[in-house]
Structures are given as structure tokens and as C-alpha cells.
Design a protein around this ligand. Structure first.
Ligand code: AMP
Ligand code: ZN
Length: 472
């Protein structure tokens, strides 16, 4: 078994990854909030998680991958205020919340497919797990971690030792600084909602007092009255339900390090009295013109808009792989175009390769070392080019490339060999060139190479002799 090293946000160190159960990995990835299309920044995070899963599988581990769908409870502000994002869109688009959630979930799954991202083994929707979430809140209540305000049930973060450890939060400093702005009824600035009331103190809808137009479509009965779960409780509840506790790896984007993930840890560990997850991995942002790509910002680019411009989504995947997941990636159309031509060039070469035979163990080993070193995809891509540029026979190149692609996911297995008819004139020139090369007459060989290229062909010098392919 090869060693896998992953950077754990919890310890801020690269650590050797050892699964809890031999040969198995429980992986939880925070999924989308389905009120809009995912932008290509969100999708960068899902590609990083896909590479993580594929790397674990490449190492022979069996991964159980769980992803949630947030279809309720994610408010427009992370401070538990504002409107529910799904409800807000439903009103704007004059649809039901269920239609909105279904539409954007479908769009998201199409994005995953286009980017060759493997679907999780278990999809779990927040609205399918309301009872389970209520049960977790009750457990927290029994253990004394909750309190009630006018608008909901809150988690008292001062009761949880080491709250904010993941984020290295200075909780005391926060408390001193935020005393004046504390939201009504909240005891500590970091406290967060577990259950939100639809109407103050959990009473029912009252047409005389409540705004009919703003009535929620999604609300459920609970021991505390009519309402809906807070955003964080779904991840704690569903990760434990499907993966147990502790489980191996939890991932998300870096924006989750400060609020969402510390809250998940507090809930899960307070409720069950044991560690939630061994490894926390976070993907850095995609930025555009020095700004984070955000759903609320004007710099929102979807995968569909790339497709409409005729870009192969896998060219975007290639672009993502050229930078390390813990570095910011600056998106530009120029870099996307460069990625597209690099990918086309790979496809073009693979189309002309012979059927896979025995691969090149030394390069495969080098590749494994790179990806097992905290998913070093830029290095892995460099090794891919080293292979392509080498003079190994094309059947060996093909075999090793297909191995690499189990992790990179660039769709190389689907590339069929192209039948190539080579004109006699080209064959003759290639033969003359080979003779010149053997005589070490490189200047004649070079002139002949140019002539061959003018006819639209190219000669690759492999260990098995010259190989004629179509010029790009
Ligand atoms: P959301 O649907 O807003 O909950 O976000 C889905 C995922 O995308 C989360 O893991 C976020 O951390 C991540 N994310 C949000 N913005 C970006 C960005 N600009 N670049 C990379 N990941 C992002
Ligand atoms: Zn989550």
C-alpha cells in the first residue's frame, strides 16, 4: 500500500491518511444550495473533490461518498437572517420551492456529468431528513447546548469546548468586539440557529398579523413549533446517518472554514460526544479579475455559458487540474483557450495511438507519488506531457495514459483510434527521412520533415521506429 498524504485543515499540516476501517473511506462533501445554477467557481470545488475520490480509489480504497442537497434553510446571510434562498427564488420565478429545487438539482447533475465528475453514492436532500434533524436538535437540547429566542432554537457555542478550533477563531476577541451588534436574543456572536420559527415563538400562521405574501412554502411541525431547520444541522445529521461518527474525510470550499464547518463540528461532537471527522480538506477559490466568483456577484459564469461558446467542459476540467487545489485559480478566457488547445492536442495524439499494451511503470510510479502528495495535479499533468513527448511506443503511452486518466478524468478512454490513410508521397518522404537520420544527415532529415508537415502529416520518432500521424 502506497502512502497518501493530505493537507488537513484541522491541524494545518500535511498528514499521512489512514482510513478508520481498513480499505474503506467515508467521504462527505458539502453539496449545492439549489436556488440557482452552480458557477464555475463552485464547480472547481467539486472537481477537486472528484480528484480526491479518484485518488483514493486509484490507491485501491473503497470510497463511500455522500453529498447533501441544500433545499431548505440556507438564508441569504450566514448570520441566520434574511430570506431562505430557495423560497426567495421560488417567489421571484413564481414557482413552487419544489420545482426550483428540482430544476437546479437537475442542472447541477448535468454539470457533474459534463465535467466527468463521479456522482456520490448517496445523495441526501435536507427536506427528506427533517425528522432526523429534529432528533439531533433534541439530543443537543437534552445535553444543554441550546436556548430559545423569539425567532428560533440556537446553539450556545460558549458551552462547546474548543468552538471554532478548525477556523482558529479567537472566540473571546469576537465576543468583546461584537457586543453591540449582537442579534436580538443571541447570547454569543458565534451562536447559530438550529431551528427557525416560521412565526415568532413557534406559533401558527395568523392572517391578521402575518404577511400572507411572505408565507413560507416549506415549514414543518416540531417540538418547538412550526418552522424549518437551520442550514448547518443537515450536514451534521446526514453525515452521521450515512457514514457514522467519526468518519474519514469531510470537504468543501475554503469559505466553509470559518462558519459552516465549525458549526457542523460543534453540533456533531456535542450531540454524540465524539470526534466528527479525522480529515478536513478545503478547496481554494476560483477568482476572476482578483475577485472571488460568487453567486451574488456580477462575475458569475456557468458551465452552460462555456458550452454555448463551444468550449468542451473537459477543457475547463483540464484548466482546474493545472493548478493545485489549495492555490487560488485566476480564471481568464485566455487560460481557458490555452487549456482547450492542450486538451485537443492530447486527444489528437491519443486518436493515433495503438491499442494499449504494457505501460511504463516508472512514469506510473512518478504519477502516483505526485497525486498521493496532497493531490499534486499540476505535477501529474507535467508527467502526462513527459509521457507524450517521450519516445515510448504508442501502445505503452496509451496504456499509461489510461491509467493516469482514472484520476485525471479527461475522458481519454472514449477517444477512438482514427483510421489514417497516409498518401504514398508522405510514406516515401518519411522513408527518405529515416535513411537520412540513420546516416546522421540531420539537415536533410529536417528538410524532409518540413516537407512532410506541409502535406499535413507529422513523424513521431518512437523506440519502435517512425510513426506517422496527422498534423494538428
Ligand atoms: P454553495 O452552492 O454556494 O453552497 O457552494 C457550493 C460549493 O462551492 C461550496 O463548497 C463552496 O465553498 C464552493 N465555492 C463557492 N464559491 C467558490 C469559488 N469562487 N471558487 C471555488 N469554490 C467556491
Ligand atoms: Zn455542509
Amino acid at each position: 500500500m502506497n502512502k497518501i498524504y493530505l493537507y488537513n485543515t484541522l491541524t494545518r499540516k500535511k498528514e499521512e491518511f489512514k482510513p478508520i476501517k481498513k480499505g474503506m473511506v467515508g467521504l462527505y462533501t458539502c453539496g449545492p444550495t439549489v436556488y440557482n445554477y452552480a458557477h464555475i467557481g463552485n464547480l472547481r470545488t467539486y472537481v477537486f473533490e472528484d480528484v480526491l475520490r479518484r485518488t483514493l480509489e486509484y490507491n485501491g480504497l473503497k470510497v463511500k461518498h455522500v453529498m447533501n442537497i441544500t433545499d431548505v434553510g440556507h438564508l441569504t446571510s450566514d448570520a441566520d437572517s434574511g430570506e431562505d434562498k430557495v423560497e426567495k427564488t421560488a417567489k421571484k420565478e413564481k414557482k413552487t420551492v419544489w420545482q426550483i429545487a428540482e430544476f437546479y438539482t437537475k442542472a447541477f447533475r448535468q454539470d457533474l456529468k459534463d465535467l466527468n465528475i463521479q456522482e456520490p453514492h448517496i445523495w441526501c436532500k435536507a427536506t427528506d431528513h427533517i425528522k432526523n434533524q429534529i432528533a439531533t436538535i433534541q439530543k443537543l437540547e437534552e445535553k444543554g447546548f441550546t436556548y430559545q429566542t423569539d425567532d428560533g432554537i440556537y446553539f450556545d457555542t460558549s458551552k462547546f469546548k474548543n468552538y471554532g478550533e478548525l477556523a482558529r477563531l479567537d472566540v473571546k476577541g469576537l465576543k468583546a468586539g461584537a457586543r453591540i451588534k449582537l442579534r436580538a436574543g443571541k447570547k454569543n456572536p458565534t451562536d447559530f440557529a438550529l431551528w427557525k420559527f416560521s412565526y415568532p415563538r413557534g406559533r401558527s400562521f395568523d392572517a391578521a398579523q402575518d404577511n400572507v405574501a411572505s408565507r413560507r412554502q416549506m415549514e414543518w411541525d416540531s417540538p418547538w413549533g412550526l418552522g424549518f431547520p437551520g442550514w448547518h444541522i443537515e450536514c451534521s445529521t446526514m453525515s452521521t446517518k450515512y457514514l457514522g461518527q467519526p468518519f474519514d474525510i469531510h470537504t468543501g470550499g475554503v469559505d466553509h472554514i470559518s462558519v459552516h464547518h465549525p458549526n457542523e463540528i460543534a453540533q456533531s461532537e456535542a450531540a454524540h460526544g465524539k470526534k466528527m471527522t479525522n480529515f478536513w480538506l478545503h478547496g481554494e477559490f476560483l477568482i476572476i479579475k482578483d475577485q472571488k466568483m460568487a453567486k451574488s456577484g456580477g462575475n458569475f459564469i456557468t458551465l452552460d455559458s462555456l458550452k454555448n461558446k463551444g468550449v468542451d467542459p473537459l477543457a475547463y476540467r483540464y484548466l482546474i487540474l493545472t493548478s493545485h487545489y489549495r492555490s487560488k485559480l485566476n480564471f481568464s478566457w485566455k487560460s481557458l483557450t490555452a487549456a482547450e488547445s492542450a486538451l485537443k492536442s492530447i486527444y489528437h495524439q491519443v486518436e493515433q495511438f495503438d491499442s494499449p499494451k504494457v505501460g511504463r511503470a516508472e512514469l506510473e510510479q512518478k504519477f502516483l507519488k505526485a497525486i498521493n502528495n496532497d493531490l499534486d495535479t499540476p505535477r501529474a499533468i507535467a508527467i502526462l506531457w513527459e509521457l507524450l513527448k517521450s519516445n515510448y511506443p504508442t501502445d505503452a503511452k496509451k496504456k499509461t495514459l489510461l491509467e493516469f486518466d482514472r484520476v485525471l478524468g479527461l475522458g481519454l478512454a472514449k477517444i477512438k483510434k482514427k483510421k489514417l490513410s497516409i498518401p504514398k508521397a508522405v510514406k516515401d518522404l518519411a522513408e527518405q527521412r529515416e535513411k537520412a537520420r540513420k546516416k546522421k544527415d540531420f539537415s536533410t532529415a529536417d528538410t524532409l520533415r518540413i516537407k512532410i508537415e506541409k502535406l499535413g502529416f507529422q513523424v513521431l520518432d518512437t523506440k519502435e521506429g517512425p510513426n506517422i500521424i496527422k498534423k494538428e
